[in-house]
Design a protein around this ligand. Structure first.
Ligand SMILES: Nc1nc2c(c(=O)[nH]1)N[C@H]1C(S)=C(S)[C@@H](COP(=O)(O)OP(=O)(O)OC[C@H]3O[C@@H](n4cnc5c(=O)[nH]c(N)nc54)[C@H](O)[C@@H]3O)O[C@H]1N2
Ligand SMILES: Nc1nc2c(c(=O)[nH]1)N[C@H]1C(S)=C(S)[C@@H](COP(=O)(O)OP(=O)(O)OC[C@H]3O[C@@H](n4cnc5c(=O)[nH]c(N)nc54)[C@H](O)[C@@H]3O)O[C@H]1N2
Ligand SMILES: [Mo]
Length: 739
């Protein structure tokens, strides 16, 4: 998220694509409504479904799932044609704009309409309204990410915002609404298989940096892996782990073996696509462990009778520590009650596991005073923030967070600026927060104020200072603008021991020695950062945003039809990617899946999946609440009466829904006009019923949720994002039959 929730009160227009904050982000929605009311902001919703958010909008445009790229190119084309673009920004701060403009040229309103299924006038209305209102912010969420082309959606959004002149401005930017509590924190810690904490990656130099921070030998870390290659390889992802168990071919990507054991901590598992395959994988593994405050539904769908463990975890109100909000703000959270019954905090369970497996001592070596003498959770926050300099967490300390927690009332809710005793810091010290004197960064890429006032930052110089093009010409990747307070006239590279003095910064011999061979993210002394800040420079440099990403499967975002497309006629023109080997260790199908059959012939109904307000995630927690279960007791599909009529399905009838990969669910059909005549809406929040059979009797006594339902992911299709492997839950085809 480049800006923050309160900041939306400064927006003149709020463009929401693939998010439904009225249901999923009620706090964000309050800011949106406030902006609409007091700022007369125009709210524009682009969604396949007429949602509760759409009901509050000024303009709603229905598009077919998976067609946001054509829609955005259509807006960009009209902006260019009508002179609504920010020419200075484009000239000074973007690399590769021409390629975007050339692609946009193809997307006339008529062409957009024909692919997206909306009207040409609607594209024009949205473009005109959004361009007229400055600044305008863009909101997206899962309607954009859960696609084979999800990464392209999330690249084109910011590119569009830059072209419209909305980036780096209060009231503008990209406000991506995060999912779970502290999911931003989990992301910053990189609880992922392709990076060490802080988005550092897995290269040898990075392992060495962390070995230093953790006070363990690099060789010791290396010895924990089968080989150096495996140490530096991306692991399986949550979305595709089942193929590491079931598909023997993937062993070649996994040092020769299939996956043998699974530890699930804080995830539902049934929320991943192909639940029936996940079940097979759970049945086949040697060991399955769930660490969860509730009985995880996945523990119930498996038929295994041995080596299945449930370890009771404490919930968030029974623990304390730092958490990160959707806008990069960190906050301190206090314990409300001590863990009840046998529940234990997650970290205690993990530490015990490390003890039994013989690596507790190295695990906590750098924590607190060392040798197991640490204060939890303060020392954990200290260690983590001090190590993660890539995104600038080093200015965040438990002391600063606790003092903010005690003084919530001394922060402005619209700008996040502190006043009174809290002056000089923004609420939550949103990263980058480069030092304990830095105030945090409420609006990223804002160059209108100096770096020590929370601005002054251009885009990251991350891909070199220059690019050689195919024709041999060289193009600068450094920005052409001068941020406020900068001591350098225009763009500059990120700070390194080698280049800092060439930027006019003087070092003493002692300092020069300290920063030798280091860059701003690996210099544990913070010398490079402190020197940069004193000169009004941003430690990560002042580069150009890449509109062309030469190392991505699509160098610029391109429309590609989903693997299971409702528009078979468009598959030839906009085919998917070639199959991808070793994608997070699994060999994944793209082209071969798309071409396997004309899916829409046998599966003629398009699916929109999403959330409902009463339940959260897999619903493990909320369906165990009597009151929420009373409000939303059962799984259903929303079906347009026109479609239902054709199928002979009455309102309230039970139907079988068949997915493209052998899954099927039996659910109630509820008439609704929220979706079009070709689609159904499938809530994602149920589990515990399996192909018509209620599994309540499989839960340990007294633990079955009150509300049980079929799981949507048994019928969501095979398909994964080409870069991240995020499952393609938002483009699925099904067949419906009356039960
Ligand atoms: N009550 C409740 N709140 C929640 C959650 C919950 O389960 N329940 N989950 C939390 C989590 S983990 C997350 S990640 C967030 C998710 O928050 P959202 O992303 O808002 O959630 P969804 O309902 O999955 O999808 C958002 C919208 O995307 C639309 N959509 C689907 N496909 C497309 C498409 O191709 N293009 C466009 N433009 N729109 C599309 C759907 O119709 C839906 O309205 O919510 C969080 N908040
Ligand atoms: N069809 C479809 N599928 C989807 C989506 C969709 O839009 N459509 N959205 C996807 C998205 S964005 C997400 S985020 C996932 C969400 O899917 P999950 O993350 O699987 O859903 P949750 O129910 O939030 O799962 C959290 C689990 O953690 C447990 N838990 C809660 N607090 C703690 C704690 O402090 N410690 C531990 N150890 N456990 C805890 C809960 O009891 C629960 O079992 O679903 C994905 N699946
Ligand atoms: Mo999520």
């Amino acid at each position: 998220m480049t800006n923050h929730l309160g900041d939306m009160q400064l927006s003149e227009a709020i463009l929401i694509m693939g998010a439904n904050p009225a249901v999923n982000h009620p706090v964000a929605m309050q800011h949106i409504l406030k902006s609409k009311e007091t700022n007369k902001a125009k709210v524009i919703v682009i969604d396949p479904r007429y949602t509760k958010t759409a009901a509050k909008s000024d303009i709603f445009v229905r598009i077919r799932t998976g067609t946001d790229i054509p829609f955005m190119y259509g807006l960009i084309r009209l902006a260019i044609k009508n002179g609504w673009t920010d020419k200075d920004f484009i000239r000074d701060r973007i690399y590769g704009y021409e390629a975007i403009a050339a692609e946009a040229e193809k997307w006339t309103p008529e062409q957009v309409a024909s692919v997206c299924g909306c009207k040409a006038e609607e594209v024009e209305l949205v473009a005109r309204t959004f361009a007229a209102a400055k600044p305008g912010c863009l909101i997206w969420n899962q309607g954009w990410t859960q696609h084979t082309i999800g990464t392209s959606n999330t690249r084109l959004g910011p590119i569009m915002q830059m072209i419209f002149g909305n980036m780096g401005k209060a009231g503008g930017g990209c406000n991506i609404l995060r999912g779970h509590d502290n999911v931003q924190g989990a992301s910053d810690m990189c609880n992922l298989s392709d990076s060490l904490p802080g988005y550092y990656g897995l290269a040898e130099g990075i392992w060495k940096y962390f070995a230093g921070r953790w006070k363990v030998d690099y060789d010791y870390l290396l010895s924990r892996f089968k080989s150096k290659t495996m140490m530096e390889s991306t692991g399986f992802a949550l979305s595709n782990f089942c193929w590491g168990v079931l598909d023997e071919q993937n062993a070649e990507n996994n040092a020769g073996t299939g996956l043998k054991a699974l530890v699930v901590i804080g995830n539902g598992i049934t929320t991943v696509t192909q639940t029936h395959k996940v079940k097979e994988a759970l049945d086949k593994l040697d060991l399955v462990v769930f660490i969860d405050p509730y009985v995880n539904d996945a523990a119930v769908i498996t038929d295994r009778t041995d080596n299945l463990f449930l370890l009771p975890a404490a919930s968030q109100v029974e623990t304390s520590g730092s958490v990160a909000a959707t806008n990069r703000s960190y906050q301190w959270r206090s314990q409300v009650v001590k863990p009840l019954y046998e529940a234990r905090p997650d970290h205690e369970i993990l530490f015990d596991l490390a003890k039994r497996m013989g690596f507790y001592e190295p695990l906590v070596k750098s924590l607190g005073k060392g040798g197991g003498d640490y204060q939890w959770p303060e020392d954990a926050t200290r260690e983590m923030c001090d190590a993660i300099r890539s995104i600038g967490l080093q200015g965040i300390t438990p002391e600063r967070l606790k003092s903010q927690q005690e003084n919530w009332h001394m922060f402005d809710r619209v700008t996040l600026a502190g006043y009174g005793e809290m002056a000089g810091a923004y609420y939550g010290l949103p990263w980058p927060c480069w030092s304990t004197k830095h105030p945090g960064t409420p609006v990223m890429y804002d160059v209108s104020k100096p770096v020590m006032q929370g601005g002054g930052m251009g885009f990251r110089e991350n891909w070199g200072v220059e690019r050689e093009e195919a024709d041999g010409s060289k193009v600068s990747l450094l920005a052409g603008n001068k941020p406020a307070g900068s001591s350098v006239a225009a763009g500059y590279a990120r700070m390194t021991g080698d280049n800092i003095e060439s930027l006019g910064i003087k070092l003493t011999d002692e300092e020069r020695e300290k920063v030798k061979g280091k860059n701003f993210a690996t210099d544990a002394t913070n010398t490079l950062v402190d020197k940069a800040l004193a000169a009004g420079l941003c430690p990560y440099g002042n580069g150009r945003a890449r509109a062309v990403a030469w190392n991505f499967p699509d160098k610029i975002p391109m429309h590609r039809e989903p693997l299971h497309s409702f528009r078979q006629d468009l598959v030839g023109t906009y085919p998917t990617f070639p199959d991808k080997k070793n994608h997070f260790r699994a060999n994944l199908r793209y082209q071969s899946e798309q071409d396997k059959e004309e899916w829409v012939k046998n599966y003629p109904v398009n699916v929109v999946t999403g959330r409902i307000v009463m339940h959260m995630g897999t619903g493990t927690e909320t369906r165990a609440s009597k009151y929420l279960a009373e409000l939303s007791p059962e799984m259903y599909i929303e079906i347009n009466p026109q479609l239902a009529g054709k199928l002979g399905v009455k309102d309230g009838d039970m139907v079988w829904v068949y997915g493209t990969s052998e899954g099927k669910i039996k659910v109630k059909a509820v008439y609704s006009y929220t979706i079009d005549e070709n689609s159904i809406f499938l809530p994602q929040n149920f589990s515990g019923v399996w192909r018509g059979e209620n599994l309540a009797n499989r839960y340990p006594e007294g633990t079955a949720p009150y509300a049980m339902g079929e799981n949507s992911n048994q019928v969501t299709s095979y398909g994964y994002d080409i870069v991240t492997t995020c499952p393609e839950t938002k483009c699925t085809l099904v067949r419906i039959e009356k039960a």
